[in-house]
Ligand binder design. Structure first.
Ligand SMILES: NC(=O)c1ccc[n+]([C@@H]2O[C@H](COP(=O)([O-])OP(=O)(O)OC[C@H]3O[C@@H](n4cnc5c(N)ncnc54)[C@H](OP(=O)(O)O)[C@@H]3O)[C@@H](O)[C@H]2O)c1
Length: 252
């Protein structure tokens, strides 16, 4: 698709990163449909966004539990019925699971996969077919640098984001030439509620506003995969080259 998106659906929209992206899009006059899991937060978010839009763009809000996989196809259908002109999607939902708990409980591990990978993959399956039939659309999904290499401290979250990255890679290939673009977004460490409690004073940490600016730029520039900020690409390049016998002894 050549022209910029005019109406974007943002799933997991009250994520700090997604909210900042929503604010930038609104300032550009892009209409938004925001989906969150919590009705109180949805109200707060839509009030804030509507105020910022100042009548120049529309903001609609929908509540949905994005880990309820069975309900997701109907959710997309409902969004499309409300807004037949939807031409872009940002999938942002996610959570940092308790790795120690996931190591003890298959249920906790599966719940982490459900929200961080299967939810997006279920949505992508219906959205891709829909956009492909219309021969246009942009699909952006927030993955993570954690998906590029398994680490002992967060390999369940990493496995989910890694699975998602592979799925997106294949989907991008399938949709190549169809008019539909697929964007994989890989942030590094970002200061958001998801990372509260971690030591966030080191230089690698980034504010959500910076990541959001990168997302909006990537939607406009027809990128396939973006690392945000950019320096995570060489960092992951080096990390991926460390041989497994050495990597397993390190504790990065
Ligand atoms: N922060 C980082 O360092 C970092 C790094 C790399 C990638 N990411 C990814 O960036 C994305 C955004 O995260 P963030 O850092 O901005 O964190 P955040 O502010 O904590 O946002 C997470 C979002 O996911 C939503 N969510 C969780 N469970 C849900 C459910 N069942 N149904 C609907 N929504 C649900 C939350 O909504 P509720 O509040 O309604 O539950 C919240 O809006 C995630 O995919 C995350 O994995 C983050």
């Amino acid at each position: 698709m050549n022209e910029a998106p005019r109406r974007i659906a943002i799933l997991g929209a009250d994520s700090r990163i997604a909210t900042e992206a929503a604010r930038i899009w609104l300032a550009k006059g892009v209409h938004l449909v925001v989906v969150t899991g919590n009705p109180v937060q949805l109200r707060r978010l839509t009030d804030d966004l509507a105020l910022r839009a100042a009548g120049l763009a529309e903001v609609d809000g929908v509540t949905a539990d994005l880990s309820d996989l069975d309900a997701l196809p109907a959710l997309w259908e409902a969004l499309r019925e409300r807004h037949p002109d939807l031409d872009a999607v940002l999938i942002a939902q996610g959570s940092q699971p308790d790795q120690a708990r996931c190591q003890q409980s298959p249920d906790a591990m599966l719940q982490a996969l459900r929200l961080n990978a299967l939810s997006a993959m279920t949505l992508l399956t219906v959205i891709a077919n829909d956009f492909e039939a219309r021969q246009r659309g942009v699909i952006g999904v927030i993955g993570s640098v954690a998906g590029d290499r398994g680490r002992k401290h967060n390999y369940v979250y990493g496995a989910a984001k890694g699975m998602l990255a592979l799925f997106l890679q294949g989907l991008r290939s399938r949709l190549h030439g169809s008019g539909v673009r697929v964007l994989t977004i890989k942030p590094g460490f970002v200061i958001t509620p998801m990372t509260e409690g971690l030591d966030r004073n080191r230089w690698l940490w980034t504010r959500p506003e910076r990541v959001a600016r990168g997302i909006v730029r990537a939607f406009a520039r027809r990128r396939d995969v973006v690392y945000l900020p950019w320096f995570w690409r060489p960092i992951l390049g080096v990390l991926q080259m460390i041989p497994e016998p050495l990597f397993k002894r390190l504790s990065p």
